[in-house]
Write a protein that binds this ligand. Structure first.
Ligand SMILES: Nc1ncnc2c1ncn2[C@@H]1O[C@H](COP(=O)(O)OP(=O)(O)OP(=O)(O)O)[C@@H](O)[C@H]1O
Length: 530
């Protein structure tokens, strides 16, 4: 083959090859283009479907917001924004007038829902994640290793970002806003326990800028973080009105729900006066007197009709002496106190013999009345006053009454200034404890138990201007409840005396006689043994 022929064939082959490559490239480009288009369409559809699902979930979960947005949009579409503005102004004025004229009904039907809504969207939804992160209530991903870069000039270390993912941050389930408390329900994430939240209660309160925050466990993985926005216990609580009870028969009084004051939620504080023994601790002037007198005022008809007998031990000879006639038995000195307790223990034994095997709870009747022992300054008689033998005997009687008296109709209520184990050796035998203002954090634990302070019972921070305010803890109350006893002025105590010694409206019932139990017992001499 000549050179020319070779060149011609080679050129033709090259041309065919280029043509083929061109064609292949052309088709490949088309295929890739088609694939890219398909991928883009698929991704667009995927994101659109995902966005739609998320929007539907969000719209259903926050149905109130969705409905409002829908109604507002529809209104603007059909009637324009001006009519919407006018209507909203009219509604605001109506709500304002309603609020001014009847706050309770406004709050019940409208106020609390509106408040919950805006508290959620303006306060908790935007800020809670940051608070939780700052107090360490997230589960950060600590798995990533620190990357160290070295170059001739310097060495840098980059730690992985510890910003939690969605599944590492507790989620807000709902917000309920009452007149003074917000209850924020959150779902815990794996790796957290309700106790983590208990421990962080103080830090959560500081983060929110409120005085009090407490945590309630609602289910194993849901807690309610309660923030106190306002203190509803700063005003004096008025005592029950005796005149209103004058016509009530004694058996109309529910001894399991005795009105004693108000709770921090703004609700009446009711406690059972039978079936439990209560220890009340508080520094001098903390208001122990009102915790004693308020329940007695509330059950006055039952005392008058002989269904309840109140027995007073008053080492100071002051607090109970002012209402002496309310007490069926009354003692000041340690010897008298022992005699009083002996008498009660004897009665308890008699009831035990009479009712053993027939009932598990002795009914409260005039034959077997509820015997309440009001033991003021219990620490004094158990620790400081009288000879050692008498003190031990008193301690033993108190232990008997508190361990066996519940079902037999005996209730002991002790009041103490210094709640140490030394002063009240039987303090564990009081299932219900109330701690008023105390001098130190350690006293809170001594009255309410070790857990109480961490759970929000900050009784050492109660101000001197808040007598009667205290924390109730134990006996089924899982979170410390802040309460304020109603204030019972001196004339109310005198009125109570007259009330319980007056004849019953029911002629079948005779007033309970006041036993001449060492009347006029002299006040205890200073530091004196009885
Ligand atoms: N629930 C209350 N509401 C308003 N003020 C109260 C209340 N309870 C008590 N106070 C006020 O606090 C003062 C002291 O109360 P109280 O005598 O009951 O204290 P206390 O704890 O018994 O003190 P102490 O142990 O020294 O007898 C009362 O004189 C009264 O002014």
């Amino acid at each position: 083959m000549s050179v020319n022929q070779i060149l011609t064939v080679g050129g033709a082959l090259a041309a065919v090859t280029v043509y083929l490559l061109y064609k292949i490239g052309h088709y490949l480009a088309k295929v890739l283009e088609a694939l890219a288009t398909a991928a883009v369409v698929f991704l667009a559809l995927w994101f659109a479907a995902k966005g739609l699902v998320l929007a539907v979930v969000w719209a259903v979960r926050h149905w109130r917001t969705t409905t409002t947005v829908a109604v507002v949009s529809a209104w603007c579409w059909w009637w324009g924004w001006l009519s919407l503005l006018l209507t909203l102004t009219a509604v605001t004025v109506v709500l304002g007038v309603w609020r001014v004229t009847s706050l309770p009904s406004f709050d019940h039907w409208a106020g609390r829902h509106l408040r919950s809504w805006w508290q959620r969207w303006l306060v908790y939804a935007p800020r809670m994640p940051r608070w939780l992160r700052s107090v360490g209530l997230t589960v950060p991903d600590r798995g990533g290793a620190t990357v160290i870069q070295v170059n001739p000039l310097r060495r840098t270390a980059t730690a992985p970002r510890e910003r939690p993912r969605r599944d590492q941050l507790p989620r807000i389930l709902s917000v309920r806003s009452g007149p003074s408390w917000d209850e924020v329900k959150v779902r815990l994430v794996a790796g957290q326990t309700p106790e983590d939240f208990d421990t962080a209660a103080r830090a959560l309160a500081v983060a929110r800028g409120v005085n009090r925050c407490q945590v309630r466990e609602l289910s194993p993985n849901v807690v309610s973080i309660d923030y106190q926005r306002r203190n509803l216990l700063d005003a004096v609580v008025t005592a029950p009105d005796l005149d209103a009870m004058a016509g009530l028969p004694g058996d109309a009084i529910d001894l399991d729900r005795v009105l004693s004051g108000a709770t921090e939620y703004g609700t009446p504080w009711r406690q059972s006066i039978r079936g439990s023994h209560t220890l009340i601790g508080g520094a001098t002037g903390a208001g122990k007197g009102s915790l004693m007198w308020t329940p007695l005022l509330s059950i006055a008809p039952a005392i008058r009709d002989g269904l309840v007998r109140v027995n007073g031990i008053d080492p100071k000879g002051m607090e109970l002496a002012y209402g002496r006639d309310v007490f069926h038995r009354y003692a000041v000195t340690s010897k008298d106190a022992l005699a009083l307790l002996d008498d009660l223990v004897e009665q308890m034994e008699a009831r035990k013999r009479e009712h053993a095997g027939t009932t598990r709870l002795v009914p409260i009747t005039t034959e077997t009345p509820l015997e309440i022992v009001e033991f003021d300054e219990i620490g004094a008689l158990l620790r400081y006053v009288g000879d050692r033998k008498t003190r031990e005997a008193i301690t033993e009687r108190i232990a008997l009454l508190t361990t066996q008296g519940r079902a037999l109709g005996f209730t002991v209520r002790g009041y103490v200034q210094e709640p140490t184990k030394d002063t009240v050796p039987v303090r564990e035998l009081f299932p219900r404890r109330i701690c008023l203002r105390v001098a130190s954090k350690s006293h809170v634990g001594m009255v309410l138990g070790d857990q109480a302070y961490d759970r929000g019972a900050w009784a050492n921070r109660i101000g001197e201007s808040e007598p009667g305010v205290g924390y109730l803890f134990g006996e089924g109350v899982r979170e410390p409840l802040r309460v304020r006893a109603a204030w019972v002025p001196d004339d109310a105590i005198k009125a109570l005396e007259r009330f319980v010694t007056a004849p019953s409206p029911d002629p079948a019932r005779r007033p309970a006689p006041v036993l001449p139990f060492r009347p006029g017992t002299p006040a205890l001499p200073a530091g004196g043994a009885a």
